[in-house]
Write a protein that binds this ligand. Structure first.
Ligand SMILES: Cc1ncc(COP(=O)(O)O)c(C=O)c1O
Length: 358
């Protein structure tokens, strides 16, 4: 009988679409009167934008950063409105965006000029972005009325114009800025028709006054907490991603042996080590220190020595040795990504996005 051979790389990731649907339910429970723009930037935060979008047929709209991300979704047959949050577009790309039924966030006057000067076969749905305190993209409150009027007067812009802002510190419950941003946004846009959107994941959880017509969840969609010091599970979310890699070797090393590049870990006694097939080339953070938790066959084992490009070493209990090939879990339902992010002093969003390669 032919033996089935597993093809592929050592490190792999699993995406749990049931967990994704569970997290959508949580978003709907928290913001029951708002529609959802699912944020699929950076390949859905490393989870695979096409796979995630194909599972989110009940979600009203999708948000991406780049034009190419939107086209990839369209090529995969995704039909919902897609909002280009921070895309540079040429006149040609603008025409294509219009044909592909994309929406564009307008944050600068060059975009208004481009809309005025480019002939489109139908008006484009745009979102006017107001900078209420994030100070990244958007029109300042004192510039917003002129921008809105220019868009109102532009025949290539669909009416009513949608309105949005983005929070700088919504994950900090004690920061007064978020309330100020909500207030400023409401003040600036008072009397203007059009749908409004303010809330990211932290806004959905912590700032109900920001829910408005559309919420824009990113990280919570994937079961990850937007708050440092809290896990997704503590917020009733379920992790969508599980990253795993096989045990490649078990080594018994004498007292005094040092592990890996730079010899940064020294065995105080004779020790049994396991080598696992994942490294920084797969998105596992190189800065992970000794002691970073790894889940292996029902228990947590500590990482020892430096992370290599495609391998890490962990200390094993010689009385409980798993068979070669056993899949270690680097993060997932068994080991929260937030715990690994904290141990490695890595931003949890970055940890998820870096696995895009898997
Ligand atoms: C404009 C905008 N809205 C919403 C989000 C989603 O944020 P979060 O992942 O914190 O929910 C992002 C993410 O960076 C964003 O840039």
């Amino acid at each position: 009988m032919a033996q089935e051979i597993k093809v592929g790389r050592n490190a792999t990731k699993e995406i749990d679409l049931n967990a994704l649907h569970h997290n959508v339910k949580q978003i709907k429970r928290l913001a029951p009167h708002s529609k959802i723009i699912a944020m699929l930037k950076a390949d859905a935060y490393g989870h695979g934008a096409v796979k995630v979008a194909q599972a989110l047929t009940e979600i009203a709209a999708l948000g991406v950063a780049h034009f190419e991300e939107a086209l990839t979704l369209r090529r995969a047959g995704i039909t919902q409105p897609i909002i280009l949050m921070s895309s540079y577009l040429t006149a040609e790309q603008l025409q294509r965006a219009c044909e592909e039924n994309l929406q564009w966030v307008i944050h600068s006057t060059w975009q208004i000029h481009l809309l005025q000067q480019t002939s489109l076969n139908k008006p484009l749905h745009v979102w006017l972005k107001i900078d209420t305190g994030m100070h990244r993209l958007g029109f300042l409150p004192q510039e917003a009325a002129a921008a809105w009027q220019a868009l109102q007067a532009c025949e290539h812009v669909q009416k009513p114009i949608s309105l949005m802002t983005h929070f700088a510190c919504a994950d900090d419950l004690n920061c007064p800025l978020t309330s100020q941003q909500i207030h400023l946004f409401n003040q600036v846009t008072a009397g203007w028709p059009g749908a409004r959107s303010l809330a990211n994941s932290a806004g959905i959880f912590a700032w109900p006054a920001s829910h408005a017509d559309w919420v824009r969840p990113g990280i919570m969609l994937y079961g990850i907490s937007p708050f440092s010091g809290k896990t997704g599970a503590e917020l009733q979310l379920k992790p969508v991603m599980r990253v795993k890699a096989p045990l490649l070797a078990i080594r018994t090393l004498p007292a005094g042996a040092c592990i890996g590049y730079g010899s940064t870990y020294r065995c105080a006694e004779a020790s049994t080590m396991g080598v696992i097939g994942i490294g920084y080339g797969d998105g596992y953070p190189r800065r992970a220190p000794n002691g970073t938790p790894v889940y292996l066959e029902g228990r947590i084992v500590p990482l020892v020595g430096r992370v290599s490009m495609d391998m890490i070493t962990v200390k094993l209990d010689p009385c409980a040795l798993p068979p070669i090939g056993t899949e270690a879990i680097l993060w997932g339902p068994e080991l929260p990504i937030e715990t690994v992010a904290k141990a490695t002093r890595t931003f949890v969003y970055e940890l998820a996005c870096q696995t895009g390669i898997l």
